[in-house]
Every structure is written in structure tokens, then in C-alpha cells.
Design a protein around this ligand. Structure first.
Ligand code: ACO
Length: 452
């Protein structure tokens, strides 16, 4: 098949959010830490009425509706998530309830899990199927979603929630560049969820950031090698989307890719005016615990942030609209960035552009890959839908930090609790269409949301 890639895309997020400036005040910390220090404006969150099944069902259902797809035309569904509600039954198997009426049960694919990377692994599985000898000409759908919640403390403002659904097939407007990938995986405990009775991860924040940078450096090196272009630099991308735990990390990562280019150019770094004093810096500086290295590393980071400011504004800042207003959505995060970027341009402006993507999941798994935007009839509809997704952000409801905390407390109480009935009204969700009931004594009620 020719031009395998993303043919359509849909995204769902919670109807309620909390404002990060208000959260700073409520948490009693210095103004600016969440908004300037982390680069976050708002954070979306789900009440106990929603779980990963309801989010993924809704994303899938909306994709089918909005792009007038037929269930019998779908031959594969892959799901990426780290939000577990059942240790055996997959989210994919729940999605099969949507196929019931069509009579199509010949649908391959299941769930893939590794922190924020599962969505990318699911995507690669779907792409491999379309490119394989097993492909029967039908379409694949990839759903990636998570509810990202942290215990009270430093990490809490970096939560969020959302789910993406992507239609994968041939002759797509967003074409994956074959042979161009750089992967880095290693065993590390930067963020993990060993307590199966809690939704919250155990996280070593500073270590997770170092791991993210290390993964970024290595993926970029391997990706570049695969291009076989000795002069390859970030200039060869028109746009770059990152996994976004918080937006400031994305800005630093963009600057770090330029630092990678600068270091690799060696003597040629004459091309980087104003950076002469940094000729001897190494990528390892940021990983060092020595005091003098830390000082030099911070100086380097600040300099490259300043140096890359204008390019960042063009290539990456437009990708951060959903991430800055919803927060980290784990597996869906990098795809929310892709949607934001696409929504910021017209189809005409996008045609021919090359977009780099970096997907990171703690633990850790990471890949850098790229997409080329192809001018074709489906591009207009895809871009138009991205714009609708972005506009839906303004229809959400702001809740006070106290209410956000109460919802988090309620989630803690209701998690894995059976039987459970929420006293909360479903009118607080986007207008619902399907009620999902869990069987037997597991009476938790969940609602599928839709704003049709
Ligand atoms: N005004 C402006 N900036 C401020 C202010 C203020 N009043 N106060 C602090 N800041 C800045 C700090 O200088 C710092 O910026 P810098 O790193 O550029 O120097 C930034 O705000 C954050 O402050 P820290 O003190 O470093 O924050 P803290 O350690 O409390 O928590 C962290 C941040 C580690 C990201 C935490 O929220 C966390 O653990 N989050 C979850 C882990 C995570 O997202 N990791 C990323 C990759 S893994 C993944 O995707 C899950």
C-alpha cells in the first residue's frame, strides 16, 4: 500500500477543568510556578463518572460518526493506555461493543501498555499491519487515552485527561516516513505504578526529566543516522511535536535538539552566532550531579532557550494549545500536540510540510519519527475536525480548586469499590448518549459522552 498514515483524527477531553493560576493560590505556592515554571494554563480532569473505557469508547464513536465510517470497513483496532480498570479484560474488547450491530467481529489488535508510550506502540502495530502480508485492505483504528492524576504535592498540577482516535490506512493525508525512526528503550524507575490499589504513580520528577532528555538525545541521533543526510539538522522539520508532560519541558526539549545540532556540528558551529562560549559543552552535562556541572548546565539551557525562541514559536508553540489547557494525557499527549499544530494552519499551508514527533513513556520507551503532509481531498476534512476539537475547549466548565480536590478525593474513594453509585449528576459531562453498565456486583455506572 502507498502512503500509509493517518486518514482521520478525533479527540475527547473532560468537560471540567481547573485554572492553574487559581491552583497556585490554593496550593499556597509562589505565583508563576505552574503557569510560568511549568508552562501550564489549565488542567482537565474527570470525575468518578468517567474511566478509561468511557473515554476511549467516546473517542472511537465520535471518529466513526464524524468521518462517516462503517464498522465493517475496520479490520484492526489497537489501544494504548496505562489507565488500568481491569487486570485481564482489555479496553479493545470493550470497544468491540460498538461493532455489535455491524456483525463485524473479525477485528485484530488489543491493548499495549508502557506509560505514555503505549499509544505510539499501538500506532506502530496498526501501521505494520497495513504494510504487512496479512493486510486485507480494510482500515485500522488506534485509540490512545489516559486519565493522568497524581497524589497531592509537586506532581499534581501536571495531571490531565484525554483520548485520541486515529484512522490508519493507505493514501492518507498524514503519511509516515518509512525507514525513518529512532528508538531508545531502557530499564529505569522514573515513574511507575506498583500499587495496584491506587491510580497514582510513584514518580521521581527530576529523574524522569533526565530520562526524557536522554531518550530525546538518543532517538534524535538514531533518527538522524537513518536519514543518511550528514547535514541533517532540525531545520529539515517544518514543525516538531513532543510528548508534553508540561509545556516548559517541551520548550527545553526543543532547545536541546538545537544543542544536539550545535554539538554535532563541531568546528562548523561558527554557523551558530553568539554561541561561541559554549563550544566545549557536552550533552552529558545535564545528567551530572556535580555542583559546577549543574551551574554550567543551567547556563547552557538558558542560552539555548533564548537562542531557539523564535524557531520554537514557529515550529512547536502552535502544537501546545491542547497540552497547555488540558495537561498531560499520557499516551494521548503527543497526538494532542499534532492536533493542535494541524488546527493552527489551513490545509493549504500544511500541504508538503514535514512534522517530527517525539514520543516518550517512562520506564522507559521512546521513539522519534516523522510525518509528511500530503495535499489530498481528505486533508481538508481532517484539518477542519482538528479546528473543531480546539474550539470545543471553550465550551468546558471551570471548577474551583476546592471542587477539583473534592473530585480527586471522590475518585480515590470510588476506585475499585463495588458496588458503587455516584451521587453526581451526569449533566456535568458533555451530553451523554450511551450508558455503560459493568456486570454482576460491579455496579459502577459510567457514561459515554458525546456533544452531538
Ligand atoms: N515563577 C516562575 N517560575 C517558577 C516559580 C515562580 N514563582 N517557582 C518555581 N518556578 C520554576 C522553577 O525554577 C522550575 O523551572 P526550571 O526547571 O526551569 O528551573 C519550575 O518552575 C519547576 O519548579 P521545580 O521546583 O523544579 O518543581 P517541582 O520539583 O516542585 O516539580 C516536576 C516539577 C518535577 C515536573 C513535578 O511536577 C513532577 O514530578 N511531575 C510529574 C513527572 C513528569 O511530568 N515528568 C516528565 C517526564 S515523565 C512523564 O511524562 C510523566
Amino acid at each position: 500500500p502507498e502512503d500509509v498514515g493517518i486518514k482521520a483524527i478525533e479527540f475527547v477531553f473532560p468537560k471540567q477543568y481547573v485554572d492553574q493560576t487559581e491552583l497556585e493560590k490554593y496550593d499556597g505556592i509562589d505565583a508563576g510556578k505552574y503557569t510560568i515554571g511549568l508552562g501550564q494554563k489549565q488542567m482537565g480532569f474527570c470525575s468518578e463518572l468517567e474511566d478509561i473505557n468511557s473515554l476511549c469508547l467516546t473517542a472511537f464513536n465520535r471518529l466513526v460518526d464524524r468521518f462517516s465510517l462503517k464498522y465493517e470497513d475496520i479490520g484492526r483496532v489497537d489501544v494504548g493506555t496505562e489507565t488500568i480498570v481491569d487486570k485481564s479484560k482489555s479496553v479493545k474488547s470493550v470497544l468491540m461493543s460498538l461493532f455489535e450491530k455491524s456483525g463485524n467481529f473479525n477485528v485484530e489488535g488489543l491493548d499495549t501498555t508502557n506509560a505514555c508510550y503505549g499509544g505510539t506502540a499501538a500506532l506502530f502495530n496498526a501501521v505494520s499491519w497495513v504494510e504487512s502480508s496479512l493486510w486485507d485492505g480494510r482500515l485500522a483504528v488506534v485509540v490512545a487515552g489516559d486519565i493522568a492524576v497524581y497524589a497531592k504535592g509537586n506532581a499534581r498540577p501536571t495531571g490531565g485527561a484525554g483520548a485520541v482516535a486515529m484512522l490508519i490506512g493507505s493514501n492518507a493525508p498524514l503519511v509516515f516516513e518509512r525507514h525513518l525512526r529512532g528508538t531508545y528503550m531502557s530499564h529505569v524507575y522514573d515513574f511507575y505504578k506498583p500499587d495496584l490499589t491506587s491510580e497514582y504513580p510513584v514518580v521521581d520528577g527530576p529523574l524522569s526529566i533526565k530520562c526524557y532528555f536522554k531518550a530525546l538525545d538518543n532517538c534524535y541521533r538514531v533518527y538522524r543516522e537513518h536519514t543518511r543526510d550528514p547535514d541533517f539538522t532540525l531545520n529539515k522539520f517544518d514543525a516538531f511535536c513532543f510528548h508534553s508532560p508540561f509545556c516548559k519541558l517541551v520548550q527545553k526539549s526543543f532547545a536541546r535538539l538545537i544543542l544536539n545540532d550545535f554539538i554535532r556540528c563541531g568546528q562548523k558551529n561558527l554557523y551558530y552566532p553568539g554561541l561561541e562560549d559554549f563550544r566545549n559543552v557536552t550533552l552529558d552535562l545535564v545528567f551530572s550531579d556535580k555542583k559546577e556541572d549543574k551551574i554550567q548546565s543551567k547556563k547552557t539551557e538558558d542560552k539555548f532557550l533564548e537562542y531557539s525562541k523564535n524557531t520554537f514559536k514557529i515550529k512547536t508553540e502552535p502544537s501546545l494549545e491542547l497540552a497547555s489547557r488540558i495537561g498531560n494525557m499520557y499516551t494521548a499527549s503527543v497526538y494532542s500536540c499534532l492536533i493542535s499544530y494541524l488546527s493552527s494552519k489551513s490545509a493549504k499551508e500544511l500541504a508538503g510540510k514535514r512534522i517530527g514527533l517525539f514520543s516518550y513513556g517512562s520506564g522507559l520507551a521512546s521513539t522519534m519519527y516523522s510525518i509528511r503532509v500530503k495535499d489530498c481531498a481528505e486533508l481538508g476534512k481532517l484539518v477542519e475536525n482538528c479546528r473543531c476539537i480546539r474550539e470545543r475547549l471553550d465550551t468546558r466548565k471551570k471548577l474551583a480548586p476546592e471542587e477539583f480536590e473534592a473530585v480527586m478525593d471522590q475518585r480515590e474513594k470510588s476506585l475499585h469499590r463495588v458496588p458503587f453509585h455516584s451521587g453526581r449528576s451526569t449533566s456535568e459531562l458533555f451530553p451523554e448518549i450511551v450508558k455503560i453498565e459493568y456486570p454482576g456486583e460491579y455496579e459502577k455506572e459510567l457514561w459515554q459522552i458525546d456533544d452531538k
